[in-house]
Design a protein around this ligand. Structure first.
Ligand code: C2E
Ligand code: MG
Ligand code: MG
Length: 401
């Protein structure tokens, strides 16, 4: 991210505020607005100032940083925030979660005393998609436009590699929906999944993705790759008792054995006690499909709920995986999730591995499979085939095992 021309500092300590203002000017900010607490800052927003970035202290008189972030989320949710604070890192972690929950895009936390390098790094990292995930851009497409795109077969799966953490071999991929929009370029799932789910019209996309992913699986396997491909299922689809049969028909119709495909269901969906969902999941497992609990750690599934469905795999949510080597709380959650999964005899996948340090930490904890930008971003089928070939030949700089 470039330095935004206008930056608002909310900080009660005069000296620290002035230092920060000077640092920002030095790294190229054209206008630096200053406020001594949340209330003053809010008044500035009310007066029409719309900064491109807010740097906010937490502990302030009158209106503290938390309350200000809540108001900011309502008024200017697109303005990114950096928190500058001397608080305990564990507390900062909860503030980060709170900001996410209020829809505020947090670029990161600056520990005090603030250094110019760290400040510039955080601003530069402003494009990090990790933060985009928490606050997905509002969909700009109508249901009718999306459905027309589905009818025109503009939706394709991109494949994100999954590696065995012991051997480093590519063992599969997750198929992630992308819309090759005729004028907007490649649109991510945040632009259409929610709209389809809310209108209860997700099935057409699910079946289209499944069919294309199954064809790709057949081609990849015919090319000599022993890979399994995962497809995401929406919770809403699980309520139709015909789902399992339809899914099986599509996959076998493409000449693929169900055992070479995995269906991912979010942890929240796994918690549903609805009889049709349980019937579908059990039938899919009986047919031989792998069943994966996606985004584990974001819901509150109990052990009993997880054990009720015949899952084969557990994917730890990227919110805990990314940066777990540096965050003790996340590390503990990952460790406990792995122990739970292994106790239930499930394969474990860490998604959101972005660095060598995360890879090393997950591998040391005994995680089975890895998925994340450190290994490879979602890519089209041709690029994925090339990726697999490259790794087979050992030409790709592979994560050190
Ligand atoms: P998901 O199933 O949890 O998929 C993982 C998401 O994390 C993908 O985002 C992937 O690109 C992203 N990701 C993977 N590694 C990293 C990393 O190292 N760092 C970061 N920051 N992100 C990483 P994507 O493709 O945008 O998909 C978002 C969500 O949309 C998926 O989350 C899934 O819930 C949903 N989705 C995607 N395709 C489909 C589909 O065909 N059907 C349904 N129902 N949902 C889908
Ligand atoms: Mg998934
Ligand atoms: Mg996930």
């Amino acid at each position: 991210m470039k330095i935004p021309p206008s930056i608002l500092i909310v900080e009660d300590h005069d000296f620290q505020r002035r230092i920060l203002a000077r640092m920002l000017a030095a790294i190229g900010a054209k206008q630096v607005l200053e406020a001594a607490n949340g209330r003053v800052a809010l008044a500035q927003l009310d007066a029409g100032h719309a900064p491109g970035l807010v740097i906010c202290d937490l502990d302030m008189p009158e209106m503290d940083g938390m309350a200000f972030i809540r108001h900011l989320g309502k008024r200017l949710p697109d303005v990114p925030v950096i928190i500058a604070s001397a608080l305990d890192p564990a507390l900062l972690g909860s503030v980060a979660k709170m900001a996410d929950a209020y829809g505020v895009r947090l670029l990161g936390v600056l520990e005090k005393p603030v250094t110019r390098i760290h400040l510039a790094q955080l601003i530069a990292a402003g494009d990090d998609s990790r933060h985009r995930r928490a606050v997905p851009p509002a969909p700009t497409f109508t249901l009718a436009e999306i459905e027309a795109g589905i009818r025109n077969h503009e939706f394709v799966p991109f494949f994100q590699p999954k590696l065995d953490m012991r051997s480093g071999a590519v063992v599969g991929a997750e198929a992630l929906a992308r819309w090759r929009h005729p004028t907007q370029g490649i649109v991510s799932p945040y632009g259409f999944i929610l709209t389809l789910e809310q209108a209860d019209r997700i099935d057409a996309l699910t079946f289209l993705m499944l069919e294309q992913a199954a064809h790709a699986t057949r081609r990849l396997r015919a090319a000599g790759l022993d890979v399994t491909v995962s497809v995401n299922l929406s919770t809403t689809s699980l309520s139709d008792v015909m789902l399992a049969d339809r899914v099986t028909e599509i996959v076998t119709g493409c000449g693929v054995e169900p055992k070479h495909m995995v269906l991912e269901i979010t942890e929240t969906a796994a918690m549903t006690a609805l009889a049709p969902a349980l019937e579908n999941l059990t039938r899919l497992r009986m047919k031989g499909f792998g069943l994966s609990i996606d985004d584990y750690g974001t819901g509150f599934a109990s052990l009993a709920q997880l054990a009720r469905v015949p899952f084969t795999e557990l994917k730890i949510d990227q919110g805990f995986v990314t940066g777990c080597s540096e965050h003790p709380n996340a590390h503990v959650i990952v460790e406990a999730s792995l122990a739970l999964a292994h106790g239930l005899k499930l394969k474990t996948v860490a998604e959101g591995i972005e660095t060598q340090a995360d890879w090393n930490a997950l591998r040391a904890l005994g995680c089975d499979l890895a998925q994340g930008y450190f290994i490879g971003r979602p890519m089209d089928e041709a690029a994925f085939l090339e990726f697999c070939r490259g790794r087979q030949e050992g030409v790709e700089a592979c994560p050190t095992t």
